[in-house]
Structure formats: C-alpha cells, structure tokens
Design a protein around this ligand. Structure first.
Ligand code: ATP
Ligand code: MG
Length: 182
C-alpha cells in the first residue's frame, strides 16, 4: 500500500483546504517551529482511525478541529482524506490492485464518520484496511516527534505490538477478538 495524496481542511492549523502529493520513497516534512509539521503526521494517523485524543496532543477528539485565531473564527468540522494505492498482497477483503480514498470527518457535537470511496464505513473497517497492509495509526512507517525515544524506552509488550504492526499481523488480533465475541 502506498499513500499518494493527503487532503485536509479544518484540521488543526490547516484551516483552508490543502492537498499534498506524496511521492514514492521516504518523505520528510521540514519547516519552522509551529508551522504544522506534526499536525500533518497527526492528520494521517487520524484518518487511519486513531482513537486517542491524547496521542494527537488534544484533550478531546474535537480538539483536532481548527479552533480559531485572533483573526479567524473557529470551524465546525475537520475532514482528512488519504488517497491510497493498493497492491495485491496487501491483504484484506479487497485483495487487488487499485486506488481507494479513505475519509474521516468530525463535526462539533456529532463525532467522527468514515468513508471509503464515498461509502459510509465503520472505524473498524478503516483500521483493518490499514492493519492488513502493515500500516496504520501506530505504524512504524510514521515516525513522529519523540517516537525514536519511545521505541528505545518501550516495555517488551509494547515492543511486541510495534513488531506485530510492522509484520502486518495486528489485524489478525482484531479479527480474532471479533470472532470470539460472535
Ligand atoms: P515543531 O517544529 O515545534 O515541532 P511543528 O511544525 O510540528 O512544530 P505543529 O505542532 O504541527 O508544528 O503545529 C503547531 C501549531 O498548530 C500551533 O501554532 C498550534 O496553535 C496549531 N494548532 C494545533 N491545534 C490547533 C487547532 N485545533 N486549531 C488551530 N490551531 C491549532
Ligand atoms: Mg512538531
């Protein structure tokens, strides 16, 4: 799986709609302090289904919505879309080549909603799509600030989770739990 494009609007400091193409290879984000580098990475993790506001440096999930500045009013919603390229072998139900657009939107007072190619889906569907492709909100492919230190300081059980994400088997745990409940 490859991320081809990131679109965001109303997300944290990215108040105006923005679109970024992501080219093959390693992508680094550079810029002055406070320009929104970490916010970009958080947008990617958020659309992948991140459920913890704390790991997005917020107190509640609505804190990802543009909160306004001295000169701009706050927004009522935030939306982030990822255009992904799937390759056969990524795993999952739709194990074929193709493109998909995954979107997450949050409205004040209304919570989050997810879409894949315009179809309403559950958070779980989005999380599984990425988990099967060995990526996702906690993927080692997304190296956030402080992450290197966190890997070094991780407890064995946490390190195991990181390895399972990297190996693309974390989706299996979610499926097993699901199956056990049925
Ligand atoms: P550094 O180099 O210091 O790590 P950075 O480029 O990673 O900086 P970010 O942390 O991504 O910067 O962006 C911080 C900016 O985003 C701050 O100016 C902060 O006010 C703004 N910001 C965060 N959340 C919101 C929000 N909900 N609404 C408006 N602005 C926000
Ligand atoms: Mg930062």
């Amino acid at each position: 799986m490859r991320i081809r494009r990131l679109k965001l609007g109303g997300f944290k400091s990215f108040v105006e709609p923005a679109e970024l193409r992501i080219e093959p290879g390693l992508t680094g984000v550079v810029g002055p302090n406070g320009c929104g580098k970490s916010n970009l990475l958080e947008a990617i993790r958020w659309v992948m289904g991140e459920g913890s506001p704390k790991s997005l440096r917020g107190g509640g999930m609505e804190d990802v919505i543009f909160a306004g500045t001295a000169t701009r009013p706050p927004r009522d919603f935030a939306e982030v879309s990822l255009l992904i390229e799937r390759q056969a072998g990524d795993g999952g139900d739709e194990d074929a080549d193709g493109e998909s657009e995954v979107t997450r939107r949050i409205e004040r007072g209304a919570g989050s909603a997810y879409r894949i190619d315009g179809r309403d889906v559950r958070q779980k569907d989005v999380a599984l799509l990425f988990a099967d492709a060995a990526t996702g909100a906690h993927s080692p492919a997304l190296v956030s600030q402080g992450r290197i230190g966190a890997v070094i300081a991780a407890k064995p059980v946490e390190r195991r989770q990181m390895l399972e994400e990297a190996a693309g088997i974390s989706g299996l745990h979610a499926r097993r739990k699901d199956a056990e409940q049925k």
